[in-house]
Design a protein. Structure first.
Length: 244
């Protein structure tokens, strides 16, 4: 039977690329999104082995409903890719409470409770992959709350590996570098700033280009597959060597 993998925030960028890759490898994939139009568009691209549900990862009631629907429609699952996240580019002194709460609610609180609430329907063995960022260990201006939210997510991985070991649940981390996805346009950065950043990374990266969502998909597939059964709390940095 094909493995069933859930990808939160799977309608674009890294999530969608991973969904496409997994389906090509004969997985069944369940994606979530907050926008009906975007969800339907993604599902039309993914085809028959894809399923989708509207769910806002920052709303705990939505997560409860998502778990119940997946349990009812699909039973137990083999893996969970915690991918939903946001990035808003703003200086530390200009960061207000609303932006702080929005970022932490999606990137950390929502991720925390998504993992917690899915535990009852995760198989033994199963895999959880957390999508973090090189911003955890490399400083970027105008990214203080984002960096903190991703660092918090990485911080719980060790604890979860200890607490969930008897259930056969393993937790590992994929840490992308700056990746060419829609997240930049949603961040508040100007097109000029985005183009400048991507051009700089293309010129300075050892691989001669920016990281693409398609570069991350095979890493995620490895971490949800049985090939990674012995891995715990590993962090695979996918940045094209930009932090060397």
């Amino acid at each position: 039977m094909n493995k069933i993998i859930i990808i939160t925030g799977g309608t674009s960028g890294i999530g969608l690329a991973c969904a496409k890759y997994l389906i090509a490898k004969n997985y069944q994939v369940i994606i979530t999104g907050r926008n009906e139009e975007n969800l339907e568009k993604a599902l039309s691209e993914l085809g028959k082995n894809a399923f989708g549900y509207i769910s806002d990862t920052s709303v705990l009631h939505d997560i409860d409903g998502l778990v119940n629907r997946i349990k009812e429609n699909h039973g137990t699952i083999d893996g969970l890719f915690i991918n939903a996240g946001i990035f808003k580019s703003i200086g530390f002194e200009d960061t207000n409470e609303a932006l702080f709460d929005e970022t932490m609610n999606i990137n950390f609180k929502g991720a925390f409770f998504t993992v917690q609430k899915f535990i009852p329907i995760l198989k033994n063995p199963s895999s959880i992959v957390l999508n973090t960022s090189i911003a955890v260990f490399k400083a970027f201006p105008n990214a203080s709350v984002y960096s903190a939210s991703k660092a918090a997510l990485e911080a719980i991985a060790k604890v979860l590996n200890l607490e969930l070991a008897q259930k056969g649940i393993r937790i590992n981390v994929v840490s992308p570098g700056v990746t060419h996805t829609p997240i930049q346009k949603k961040s508040g950065m100007t097109d000029e700033a985005i183009d400048g950043l991507l051009q700089y990374l293309s010129e300075t990266s050892p691989i001669g280009r920016v990281v693409l969502p398609e570069d991350i998909a095979p890493i995620v597939e490895f971490l949800v597959s049985d090939n990674s059964l012995v891995l715990r709390n590993e962090k695979i940095v996918v940045d094209g060597g930009s932090t060397l």
